[in-house]
Design a binder for this molecule. Structure first.
Ligand code: BES
Ligand code: MN
Ligand code: ZN
Length: 492
């Protein structure tokens, strides 16, 4: 994680290893004009020769400019001024971050937040820029040999803005912490990232904030006593024990809490309905819902938000064994409903149904949001750009959509209508755990809805957004920005 601070220096005067300046394709920004004047017209010449015109996506590093104190200047193309908006701003910040990651500098000062962005205040500009550059500079280290320590790596980032952006800076720090937490946990391989490890990570959060945060970890015996037959069935084929992690943060006396629940399947083999080659390799990421709610919880606690918050994580491994559960098993849940298992690979909803019912019953939250890498169908529907959002509560859905827009961690609402309900009928239990071929993301959400009746609840399917597929993909940290923004908004 980078260290962020605000700066009011002018570009030519700034003492920094690298000054980052945005350049429009056309009329220059104030920072670019200052740079051009101080350097004897370098930007104008680059534009005339066509070497750097300010095209969106372009970056260029200049060294040793006369009249500029910084030894390096990173130019970032902003595109045409008329097209400049929140999204192109964030993209330019991301481009800057990618370029900075490859430079041998320990610090940088960035003037992008000094740009005007329609509809966005200085706090938003600082937060968005800080988070984008921090995100781009992420490095996975947990299981790698230490890097060559002689090459400086970006650690400190100064952002050009006045004191009115202080709040945005603080939010960036809190959210960046939550995002980094979620990404590191998400990337960790499943032989290390077990339910026990996730519980230990929750303990580090509780220990660091001992005054306001408490942790309970329910063990297999506790879950048995609570009648959590669905959660336990998924875990029954695994040699590693299940955990039900309960974090509570008190920031607002005895107000009813907000609640977050996250799917923590540390590896999803599919169980007896084994996933084929090509579908199983990335299933270490099946705990990214858990990582996301823990990261959002951490952000809220770091920001000392004036709310009460609970975070509940059911964590298991879905494996294959003679002790495991089978298709056609009938399970008894904490809520009292029976479930017929028609596919052991639809395990996320089985662990969530017990965790959701438990959270509703025990905490009576004023609102409950779960996050889960729940269905391949959601990836087919929305791809990598939007998380699927499901809620019967229009106001809650609108709050979450707005938080997604503000944080550029967007969700898109899909229906949760009763019309789909007959797809979950079972001849042998109250409900079946799969709903057939069509509308798979919706029937999965409908299944969950049966366990949250009477509570204001929303479900985020992050199967397409929580990680970037492929060998060099990483966990993205989504939906931490969305959830953290939602909690920040609830505190206002
Ligand atoms: N963890 C998967 C969902 C998933 C698949 C996430 C691909 C990201 C990428 C989930 O447990 C699962 O296996 N879902 C099944 C449900 C089906 C059996 C009804 C699916 O989506 O195929
Ligand atoms: Mn599965
Ligand atoms: Zn799964």
């Amino acid at each position: 994680m980078l260290e962020f601070s605000l700066s009011s220096a002018a570009v030519p005067e700034a003492e920094t290893p690298c000054a980052v300046v945005g350049v429009f394709d056309g009329a220059p920004s104030a920072a670019a004009a200052a740079l051009d004047a101080a350097s004897g017209g370098v930007l104008s010449r680059l534009r005339e020769t066509g070497d750097f015109t300010g095209k969106a996506g372009a970056t260029l590093v200049l060294h040793g400019l006369v009249g500029v104190k910084a030894p390096r200047v990173l130019l970032v193309g902003l595109g045409a001024h008329k097209d400049f908006d929140a999204r192109t701003y964030a993209r330019a910040c991301d481009d800057a971050g990618k370029a900075l990651k490859g430079l041998p500098v320990a610090g940088a000062a960035v003037w992008l937040p000094a740009l005007e962005v329609p509809g966005c205040d200085a706090g938003w500009r600082v937060r968005t820029c800080a988070l984008a550059i921090d995100h781009a500079c992420f490095r996975y280290t947990a299981t790698l040999k230490p890097a060559n320590g002689n090459v400086p790596r970006l650690a400190k980032l100064e952002l050009a803005a006045g004191g009115e952006a202080q709040r945005g800076l603080a939010e960036a720090r809190g959210v960046a912490r939550g995002v980094a937490f979620a990404r590191e946990l998400g990337c960790l391989p499943p032989n290390l990232c077990t339910p026990t490890h996730i519980a230990a990570q929750a303990k580090t959060i509780a220990d660091e904030h001992a005054g306001s945060v408490t942790l309970e970890v329910l063990e297999r015996d506790d879950m048995q006593k609570l009648g959590m037959g669905a959660l336990l069935a998924v875990s029954s084929g695994s040699a590693t024990p299940p955990k039900l992690i309960v974090l509570q943060y008190q920031g607002a006396g005895d107000a009813k809490p907000h609640a977050l629940v996250g799917k923590g399947v540390t590896f999803d083999s599919g169980g007896l309905n084994l996933k084929p080659t090509g579908s199983m390799e990335e299933m270490k990421y099946d705990m990214c819902g858990a990582a996301g709610v823990l990261g959002a919880f951490l952000a809220a606690v770091e920001l000392a938000l004036p709310i009460n918050l609970v975070c509940v994580v059911p964590s298991v491994e879905n494996m294959v064994d003679g002790t495991g559960y089978r298709p056609s098993d009938v399970l008894h849940t904490h809520a009292g409903l029976s479930v017929e298992v028609l596919n052991t690979d639809a395990e996320g909803r089985l662990i969530l149904c017990d965790a959701l019912a438990y959270t509703c019953k025990r905490f009576q939250p004023q609102a409950l949001v779960d996050a889960a890498t729940l269905t391949g169908a959601c990836v087919i529907a929305l791809g990598a750009h939007a998380s699927g959002l499901f809620s019967a509560d229009d106001k809650l859905a609108d709050e979450l959509l707005a938080a997604g827009t503000a944080s550029l961690d967007r969700a898109w609402r899909l229906p949760l209508w009763d019309d789909y309900r007959n797809q979950l009928e079972s001849a042998f239990a109250d409900i079946a755990n799969i709903g057939g071929k069509s509308a798979g993301a919706i029937t999965a959400a409908l299944f969950l809805s049966r366990f949250t009746e009477g509570t204001r609840w929303a479900h985020l399917d992050v199967a397409g957004t929580a990680w970037v597929p492929g060998r060099k993909g990483y966990a993205t940290g989504r939906p931490v920005p969305l959830l953290a923004q939602w909690l920040i908004d609830r505190s206002a």
